[in-house]
Write a protein that binds this ligand. Structure first.
Ligand code: DLL
Length: 441
């Protein structure tokens, strides 16, 4: 049986989410001044970058002055691999994580004990925001290890007083056995892995609807509102979106509350800006652009104006939940995800939105980009139900053309659609790889 649980505003765990705005901004400024000072005085990279812009820590007199600071990007992390951006001596660093990235060396991030405590607290607030509480049994299927997902969720759920099952990712049959036998009420994993678990559970004759599982805390990869709808319909589990990145802290930068309408950013620890991804110029609230984050309390490895490449907008209307920490739109794409196909800009999330709006498709798809005789093209492979697959060619053709039409009218480009048998597309146990780019250059 599934039980609903609502967040209790102003409880101790969530209190910082409800600070008076003036107080919050005052706290942010104090912390910003401290962290800039720390970065300048302890990290050569920041000192050099600030000197180039002729800005000194004492120039930061208001929150808007953050714009005077240099941006930081992945290159700075790579150039200073592995420990060059640390602001603390090694005997104060209690943990490192790393993110593999797509090319070359991983990027390495560090935490003091105080940083681990802040991380646990923002993860605890994340769980509380989406109604998780002491007494919940949390199956943590994010990967444990260098990836921040596993340990981040682990510490947060424990701090909240929930029971954590540190199962990590993979071994899907065992995941399902544990879900059932331990009476799990909350699961944490990527949305794509959860779909895989749900599918396998149904195959094993244990549909998730029959279990006490009530909520999923899903993140680490882009997913769309249509994907949420499909997950919730298919499994009866409420799907909450959680955001974070290794460079800033890991998971717990922001999360949805019970309203499921935008992610609250824990602004007392993370200062957010939205900038034009091409020019870096600041954009007003409500306008879509690249999210830039500054850590306000990270001791071991402060990040000043980190270019996330994640595209979103700051929501301008207050949230009915009463939290004063502002929300951003769900991140459905990255600026570097963009495919340019015959001059048209295409984001994988646009394709997901379009095809999941079509009845009869399954939420398993892959985008293949290829170049033939110098011309780029996209093929979208979509799984359809076994019943549909046994339909007549005419019906399959009709479905194909509905999908084609839905995609064409969203992205303005004709793509090839292939309907494939259920379970043809590789399932992920972590971050899904949606795009296979076969172009050689
Ligand atoms: O994915 C941290 C994390 C773990 C977040 C578990 C949520 C849950 P990285 O491996 O460094 O860290 O990848 C960070 O993943 O810049 C986004 O592009 C993407 N991402 C993370 N969460 C979301 C989300 C973790 N909810 C990168 N929606 C980020 C969309 C997300 N994209």
């Amino acid at each position: 049986m599934k039980t609903e649980h609502c967040d209790v505003p102003f409880n101790n765990v969530s209190a910082p989410d409800f600070l008076a705005v003036a107080k919050l901004r005052e706290l942010q400024l104090q912390r910003l001044q401290c962290i800039v000072d720390r970065a300048y005085n302890h990290v050569m990279h920041y000192r050099d970058a600030m000197e180039q812009l002729e800005v000194r820590p004492e120039d930061i007199r208001s929150l808007d002055d953050v714009r005077r600071l240099p941006f930081t990007d992945k290159t700075a992390l790579r150039d200073n691999y592995p420990f060059g951006l640390f602001a603390s001596p090694m005997n104060e660093v209690v943990r490192v994580h790393a993110s593999s990235g797509t090319t070359g060396k991983p990027i390495v991030v560090a935490y003091t004990q105080a940083d681990v405590d802040v991380w646990s607290s923002v993860m605890m607030r994340s769980f509380a925001a989406c109604g998780v509480h002491a007494g919940d049994i949390v199956q943590n299927a994010y990967g444990y290890g260098l990836f921040t997902g596993g340990l981040g969720a682990h510490y947060g759920a424990e701090a909240l007083g929930a029971t954590v099952i540190p199962i990590s990712g993979g071994n899907t049959e065992r995941q399902i056995m544990v879900l059932r036998d331990f009476g799990v009420t909350v699961i944490c994993c990527t949305p794509s892995y959860f779909l895989h678990i749900a599918e396998k559970a149904a195959e094993m004759g244990m549909p998730l609807q029959d279990l006490p599982l009530r909520a999923g805390v899903f993140g680490a990869e882009p997913w769309t509102e249509n994907m949420r709808r499909r997950i919730q319909e298919l499994t009866g589990v409420r799907a909450f979106d959680i955001y974070g990145l290794s460079e800033i802290v890991g998971p717990g930068v922001g999360i949805e509350c019970d309203q499921q309408n935008g992610l609250h950013i824990f602004e007392d620890h993370f200062l957010m800006e939205i900038v034009n991804p091409d020019t870096g110029d600041p954009l007003p609230d409500g306008e879509e652009g690249e999210l830039v984050l500054t850590t306000l309390s990270k001791m071991a490895m402060p990040m000043l104006r980190y270019r996330t490449h994640d595209i979103t907008a700051i929501k301008t209307d207050p949230c009915p939940c009463g939290r004063t920490v502002r929300r951003i739109d769900r991140i459905s794409r990255r600026s570097d995800d963009m495919l340019i196909i015959r001059g048209v800009n295409v984001f994988p999330s646009q394709i997901e939105t379009a095809l999941l709006a079509v009845e009869g498709t399954l939420p398993h798809y892959q985008i293949i980009v290829d170049r033939q005789q110098g011309l780029d093209g996209i093929e979208v492979q979509v799984e359809v139900t076994a019943e549909l697959f046994s339909d007549t060619v005419k019906e399959l053709e009709a479905l194909k053309s509905r999908i084609s039409h839905a995609i064409d009218s969203t992205i303005g480009l004709r793509v090839a659609v292939s309907l494939v048998q259920p379970r043809t597309i590789t399932r992920s146990e972590g971050k899904a790889k949606r795009v296979i780019d076969r172009r050689t250059n």
